[in-house]
Structure formats: structure tokens, C-alpha cells
Design a protein around this ligand. Structure first.
Ligand code: ZN
Length: 496
């Protein structure tokens, strides 16, 4: 059996003013894709299933993965999509099925449904009868066009995400079942007009997790091939942005519809709870002064992993202005400052402007300090162990501040940026974390308090403040509360 595999993943924030381009992407061609073996990535998980079966030959094509960022620039999207599609076209002869790893929250200039376009074009190449399964991030936006072209889907069941490989493996197993048992699954989907954020989305502790555990139960009991609720990425302002319940059943469409309606009915009443609860910055600083710490200042509004620039200096500026006396650890993306530190060299005393280099809503802040360390910014995620790049990086010591200056929007959803540069967050009194939620053990387990700071930025948890102009309306919480009657729509490929 020959299984073709492909991968195209990025998540964008429409409110990040800097478009991303092909240079942001890590592109693997042909057998380079096998480097994902053993990694906690969707492809890594799928390969583990295919590799375990000696009757399967994996046909690798292209894997293009970009970090979360601003909208993908038009020419780059054309290059990436045409390379993936022409590789699939060249390799599609004699294959028995396709596994395609995706994120689901891509957006490109001139194409606000990139995943839908890719799947539509793949169908054009391989025809309607070829089994095709995708896997997605629960922050993805499944569009109608995507649903029309797939036979099945698996989606993360955890947030913060830890089940990348598991989701890929479930997708691979679903594909093999579809091929071997000649299944024609039916997919039921209920669109939920709500955008959500906040601590209740943490699946271990929040009410969203209760819903996903019920979904897993249906899968584990064999009632559904997949069940889940996607919450979309509230920052990806595209026409079909929404939350949605999705159930894949072997053949029982009525069951899939009923289950999807049931999940939407569990989700909707909790929409008010699933909103960001933020504290004003000044109030948090005033409280932190009187705390033993360590304390975390979560700057979700500037979360690079959600698509922000990472160059907000708002929290650092306020701490400096308030003369907060503790030891502060803070990351920032600032390519010119990182370059200036590299040029000056280790031990040099420099004065740089920090912040606002990319997102002009932030006013640059003059900071003097000593360059303590320089690196090329090569890091590995704590959980997934996948490599990621911060570009030229400098550690600047300025009084009680240790500032990590990156030149690329590195991932800040774990401690890798700190630990890779010899800084253990536990050694500080106040740590700025530019991620909405990190895994519990990384910060919250040992911190006295994690403050969700109300700060401006392209990925603010204050969804109403972001300025959506494209997504369908009405949409909670952008519009006054609306009525909602869950309605299921069935999808299946023409093989049926
Ligand atoms: Zn996600």
C-alpha cells in the first residue's frame, strides 16, 4: 500500500501589520520529511503508524511549516502552494490514499482559505475516489470547501497542545481504516457563532476540556471515528471564522448530526465563561510589588504563537516607569536591536530602542545595557522537541532586567527561549510570558500568581477590541448576544 503524505501549516493573525513570507517557513522536500520521525508533530505521529506496518510505503512530497505570524504574502503563498501541488501531482501515480497535516488558520493575500484551496486542487489531481484524511489544530478554521474535499479529519484534543503526534497518528489510523475497510465516512458539522478565549479553554481544568473529554469518549468507545469542537483562531479574520462541532462517523449520518448538535449545545451556554479575564497593567504591577513571587505577567496580546509580532514593550515600559524593584525576565522580538547587540559584541555596553520595530502601535523604548550573550537563536521546543528559530539573539542585562532580544518571532509557549540562553525563569521575581497559556508545570506550578495582563496587541484576549471586519456576523462577543439554534450539515465525498 502506498500512502502519500504532505504537510502545510501556519496560523496567522490578521491584526499583525507585518505580512509573513516564504522565508519564515521550514520547507522539507521528499525524504527530508522523514526527519519528523520520533518528533511530537502531526507528521511524526502519522509516520509512526505507517512505519509500523511493513506493507505500507510512504510517498513523501512537501512539508511547509511556518510559525504563527501576519498574513502570508501573495507571491510566497503562490510559491508554497504550487510547490506542494506539483510535488503531489508528480507522486500521485499508484497511491492508495493521502494524509495531509494542516493547521487550519492560514491566511494569504488574495486567498483567505488556503487549506481549502490546497484540498480542492489535490482533488483535481487525484480525483474524488482517493481516500484523503487531514489533521488540524483545534484553533483552525474548517471551511465548507475543506469539508467538501476530505474523507476524514482528526483534530487536537488538548490545549495547551501536547497531542500533536497523537492527532497525526489518529489521522493515519483513520486513513488506513478507510482504505482497508472501504469506508465512506460521513462528517457532520455545526457552526457555532462564537469566538472564545481565556483560562476555561485549558483542557485539563476548563469547561472546554469537559466537552473534549466527552468527544474522546465517543471515539474511544468506537461510536465516532472523530469528534471534537474547534474554536478557530479569533485573530484569523476570515469569512468562515467561527467555532464548530465536528463528528466523523463510519456511516451513520443521523448519529453524527445528533452528536455534533449535542456538542454545540454543550459549548454555546459556556461562551460567556470562555472569555479572557484581564487585569489592568498598573494594578498588576502594584500588587506584584507586595508579593513574594515569582509572578508571571502573561502578555497574550503579543503572543507570537498566536500570530503577534512579539515586539510589544508595553509591560517592560510600565515596569520600568513604576521602578519595579525585582529581577525581571522579559523576551522581545526586535531585529535591529539584536543586530546592534551582535555588532557590539559580548561585554559591550549599548543603548538600543526596544519594541515597536514591527508593530507600530508600540512606541520604541530607549534601554541601556550590557550584552551578556549572543546566539544564532536555534532552539528546540520543550514538549514537541521540534527545532525552531529565533534568529540572531542577544541577552541584554539592564539593571534588574534580563532582556532576551530575538530577531525572529520565536515560539514563546514554553521555556525553551529562556533555558536555551541559560536563564531559568525560576531565578527571577517577575517573568513576562508572551503566550496565552503554557503547560502548567512550566510556570504556574511554581509561580505565586499568573496575571493575565490587559495590554494592546495583535492577539489580545479582549476579542472585541481586535477590530474584525471580515468574519461572518453576528458573532459573539463581537455583537450583542444572539440566539442560536444548532443546525447540522452533512458532508461526504462523491465516493459514496
Ligand atoms: Zn493551536
Amino acid at each position: 500500500m502506498r500512502i502519500l503524505v504532505a504537510d502545510c501549516e501556519q496560523e496567522i493573525s490578521s491584526f499583525n501589520p507585518v505580512p509573513s513570507d516564504i522565508g519564515y517557513f521550514s520547507i522539507k522536500r521528499g525524504e527530508e520529511i522523514f526527519r519528523d520521525r520520533g518528533l511530537n508533530t502531526q507528521m511524526g505521529g502519522a509516520l509512526s503508524v505507517f512505519d509500523a506496518d511493513t506493507s505500507i510505503e510512504v510517498v513523501p512530497t512537501v512539508s511547509a511549516r511556518g510559525p504563527s505570524a501576519g498574513i502570508l504574502e501573495k507571491k510566497s503563498w503562490k510559491k508554497i502552494s504550487s510547490e506542494i501541488l506539483s510535488s503531489i501531482e508528480k507522486s500521485a501515480k499508484g497511491i492508495d490514499g493521502i494524509y495531509f497535516a494542516m493547521h487550519g488558520a492560514m491566511g494569504a493575500e488574495g486567498e483567505l482559505d488556503p487549506e481549502g484551496y490546497l484540498l480542492q486542487e489535490v482533488r483535481r489531481i487525484v480525483g474524488e475516489k482517493m481516500p484523503l484524511v487531514i489533521s488540524l489544530d483545534l484553533h483552525g478554521i474548517m471551511t465548507e470547501r475543506m469539508l467538501r474535499h476530505i474523507d476524514g479529519v482528526t483534530i487536537y484534543h488538548t490545549y495547551p497542545h501536547v497531542d500533536f503526534a497523537d492527532t497525526g497518528a489518529r489521522g493515519a489510523r483513520m486513513l488506513l481504516r478507510i482504505i482497508r475497510e472501504k469506508l465512506n465516512p460521513v462528517i457532520a458539522r455545526v457552526v457555532i457563532p462564537a469566538l472564545v478565549r481565556g483560562d476555561e479553554l485549558v483542557t485539563k481544568s476548563g469547561c472546554y476540556g469537559d466537552i473534549l473529554r466527552e468527544a474522546r469518549r465517543l471515539e474511544n468507545e468506537g461510536k465516532a471515528m472523530f469528534a471534537g469542537v474547534m474554536i478557530g483562531n479569533p485573530f484569523t479574520d476570515v469569512p468562515e471564522l467561527c467555532s464548530q462541532a465536528i463528528v466523523v462517523a463510519e456511516k451513520d449520518g443521523a448519529f453524527a448530526e445528533k452528536a455534533a448538535i449535542d456538542f454545540a449545545g454543550r459549548f454555546w451556554p459556556n461562551r460567556h465563561r470562555m472569555q479572557g479575564k484581564l487585569i489592568p497593567l498598573d494594578a498588576a504591577i502594584a500588587q506584584a510589588r507586595h508579593m513574594q513571587g515569582p509572578v508571571i505577567f502573561t502578555d497574550a496580546a503579543d503572543a507570537t504563537s498566536s500570530g503577534a509580532t512579539g515586539d510589544s514593550n508595553v509591560i517592560m515600559a510600565a515596569l520600568m516607569k513604576a521602578k519595579y524593584p525585582g529581577r525581571v525576565l522579559v523576551p522581545i522580538v526586535d531585529p535591529p536591536a539584536a543586530a546592534a547587540a551582535k555588532k557590539a559584541g559580548i561585554g559591550a555596553r549599548i543603548t538600543v530602542n526596544l519594541g515597536g520595530a514591527l508593530d507600530k502601535r508600540f512606541t520604541p523604548l530607549k534601554v541601556a545595557g550590557t550584552v551578556d550573550m549572543l546566539s544564532g537563536g536555534h532552539m528546540r521546543l520543550e514538549t514537541a522537541r521540534a527545532p525552531f528559530e529565533g534568529g540572531d539573539t542577544a541577552v541584554l542585562i539592564s539593571g534588574n532586567y534580563t532582556i532576551l532580544i530575538f530577531s525572529k518571532p520565536a515560539y514563546f509557549f514554553d521555556r525553551a527561549p529562556f533555558l536555551s540562553h541559560g536563564r531559568n525563569p525560576r531565578d527571577y521575581d517577575l517573568i513576562v510570558v508572551k503566550s496565552p497559556h503554557c503547560e502548567y508545570h512550566m510556570f504556574e506550578e511554581w509561580a505565586e500568581k499568573n496575571f493575565n495582563i490587559d495590554a494592546p496587541g495583535a492577539t489580545s484576549a479582549d476579542i472585541k477590541a481586535l477590530g474584525h471586519t471580515i468574519c461572518a456576523r453576528p458573532m459573539y462577543p463581537l455583537d450583542p448576544d444572539i440566539g442560536f439554534k444548532p443546525k447540522a450539515v452533512r458532508f461526504h465525498t462523491k465516493r459514496r
